[in-house]
Design a protein around this ligand. Structure first.
Ligand code: SAM
Length: 224
């Protein structure tokens, strides 16, 4: 799967994605990540990507021309949807991550300043995605959140596919508390059931714990 990110800070992405699961996915050729400098698609001496808002008001707005030209230059290499990171967009969740992971690629546009000229949204973007109801100073961190959540669902990126089915949000009975050695640390023990070797009891305990985390404990206990 190929991710193309359009940003004024392309250098932010390397440090985040070189290490870890996504970095290994890149090394193994399962994922391609290209961060494109929006300023490379300007035509003036100052490489200016922003301008004052029509109608007045504070701050600056990202101009449409460099974004259109950046997407057009990427398009021959990436047939995927154009995703605009915006605080008012549809909420990023596991369902959306799975839907986006089925695409051949994504072209992600990161806003800055007061936002992006709205013609990018109306004429270029396929969808707008938010990572939560708060305002960050730029779309880069939201784009990283989206890429990480989507990339780990690309087949082969997470070494053991079973670990994906055990993730919180992958199903109602996943996302239980995890423990590793030592069995006692600073007086803090591990639930006895996990040391019992009784796999049926362990499964049941995990289901109950996950249900409690999902806030559906009462429902689950009524069922059993
Ligand atoms: N004035 C804009 C508003 O209130 O919607 C905020 C612009 S914000 C300072 C600059 C950029 O950060 C946005 O264009 C968007 O790309 C990104 N951004 C900020 N918060 C975000 C969020 N919660 N989810 C996704 N992108 C976000």
């Amino acid at each position: 799967m190929r991710f193309d990110v359009i940003t004024i800070f392309p250098g932010m992405f390397g440090a985040v994605f070189e290490p870890g699961v996504v970095g290994r996915g890149i090394e193994r050729g399962l994922i391609e990540l290209h961060a494109h400098d929006l300023r490379d698609h300007t035509h003036d001496r100052h490489r200016q990507v922003d301008d004052m808002p029509f109608g007045g008001g504070p701050g600056m707005v990202i101009k449409p021309e460099p974004v259109f030209e950046a997407v057009e230059s990427i398009r021959p290499h990436n047939p995927g949807p154009v995703v605009l990171m915006e605080p008012w967009g549809e909420p990023m969740d596991q369902r959306l991550a799975a839907e986006l992971a089925s695409e051949p690629g994504l072209i992600i546009v990161c806003g800055r300043y007061e936002g992006i000229d709205d013609r990018v949204r109306t004429a270029l973007a396929t969808r707008e995605v938010s990572i939560g109801d708060y305002v960050l100073s730029g779309g880069e961190i939201p784009a990283m959140v989206l890429i990480d959540a989507v990339a780990r669902l690309v087949p082969g990126v997470v070494g053991d596919p079973e670990s994906l089915t055990q993730d919180t949000f992958s199903n109602e009975s996943a996302g239980w508390p995890q423990f590793t050695r030592p069995a006692e640390y600073r007086g803090l023990g591990v639930p006895e059931v996990l040391l019992s070797g009784d796999h049926a009891r362990i499964r049941q305990w995990r289901r109950q714990q996950a249900a409690a985390r999902h806030g559906s404990q009462t429902k689950e206990l009524k069922k059993s």
